[in-house]
Design a protein around this ligand. Structure first.
Ligand code: OKP
Ligand code: ZN
Length: 351
């Protein structure tokens, strides 16, 4: 399988994050990407190529222009106002009735970011944009393969991740929603209906928000129940979309302690519903923070689950873009991602 990754994605490397009352080492590190690259090489999964420089076009297809502008200028403004340490918000709007951010960097930070653990430093903009380019390039390759009748798959090694980022909101280590960008690129490339299946441990609140009222992109997720896990305020089963998108959002919140067998049953159930919905192409938000030994996980998956997850996803038989999301047990992350891609490749047959 083809992998897309840019070295620029390493430029985002904050030192620490605020977590449960303490500053701790930033968990979403460049080393995560290097672990995945090593896993891909060790497993002999295929070539790794750099993305095309697509400018801001692909991000503006799913994000608000004012938000994109904010991300591009935030670090330079922060350094002048506050100094050389990364930017974090410290206050949030009491309501959003004004519909527009206040003028002033600290007010804008709280407006455009929903948590206290997502940093903006030197290189954040460059890395997030390169990560989005990896997603868009992978989707363009899969679209080209699909129009030539060669149903195929590609892996976008995205980092920073994306599924918590909404149209005008960052958070949960995410700036641009790479999976949404891949889905939109597939739509642009000719797929009338796209399914996004999110297997990250956390609910992809950003992806859900972006496609909430749309019928052309199904968003289906299984994840830790928000009553005990980040992002806490959405991802419940009764969230099903609105307007034309009613019924095109599927959430399956899961209890703590999910083991391989229980997880694979839940995934099979979700995928049956995705298949029944019908789609021309698939985007997978591929998080491996479901791993039992992941520092953010409350599940109990073993390494043996990952090839089976890959095979289950391949069972949909659709042109597929797999987009990297979470996975913080850094050494194991590369092996587990390579195992998903290997299991997918082995089981994948032309739709
Ligand atoms: C991103 B992805 C706050 C700690 C909360 C946020 C977790 C983001 C996970 N400092 N951490 O879904 O893997
Ligand atoms: Zn996650």
């Amino acid at each position: 399988m083809l992998t897309i990754f840019s070295p620029d994605q390493r430029l985002h490397a904050p030192e620490s994050e605020f977590s449960r009352g303490r500053m701790i080492p930033y968990r979403e590190t460049p080393a995560r990407a290097d672990s995945v690259l090593a896993g891909i090489v060790a497993a002999g999964l295929g070539p790794v190529e750099t993305p095309e420089d697509l400018g801001t076009g692909p991000v503006l297809a799913v994000h608000d222009a004012a938000y994109v502008d904010f991300l591009q200028t935030c670090w330079t403004r922060w350094r002048v106002e506050q100094g050389d340490h990364p930017a974090f918000p410290t206050a949030w709007p009491l309501d959003r009735l004004g519909q527009a951010p206040p003028r002033g960097l600290e007010g804008e930070l709280g407006w455009y970011c929903f948590d206290s653990g997502t940093a903006i430093g030197p290189g954040t903009w460059e890395a997030a944009l390169a990560s989005a380019h990896s997603a868009a390039t992978a989707a363009m390759r899969v679209s080209a393969g699909a129009t030539e009748g060669l149903v195929g798959a590609a892996f976008a090694l995205c980092r920073p991740p994306g599924h918590h980022a909404a149209a005008a909101m960052m958070g949960g280590y995410c700036y641009f929603n790479n999976a949404a960008i891949a889905a939109q690129t597939l739509r642009h490339g000719g797929a009338a209906k796209v399914a996004v299946v999110d297997v990250d441990f956390h609910h992809g609140n950003g992806t859900q928000a972006i496609f909430w009222t749309r019928a052309d992109v199904l968003v289906a997720s299984l994840h830790a129940d928000p009553s005990y896990a980040f992002p806490y305020y959405c991802g419940f089963a009764d969230e099903t979309g609105a307007g034309p998108g009613e019924g095109a959002t599927l959430n399956m919140p899961l209890p703590k302690g999910m083991d391989d067998a229980a997880y694979l049953v839940a995934l099979a159930t979700l995928l049956r519903r995705v298949a029944a919905h019908g789609a021309d192409a698939l985007v997978v938000s591929l998080g491996v923070d479901t791993f039992g030994k992941d520092p953010l996980s409350a599940f109990a998956l073993s390494a043996g689950a990952y090839p089976r997850i890959g095979a289950a996803l391949a069972g949909l038989g659709l042109p597929t873009v797999l987009v990297m999301e979470g996975g913080y047990a850094t050494e194991a992350t590369g092996r587990n991602v390579a195992a998903v891609l290997g299991g997918f490749t082995e089981a994948f047959t032309m739709g």
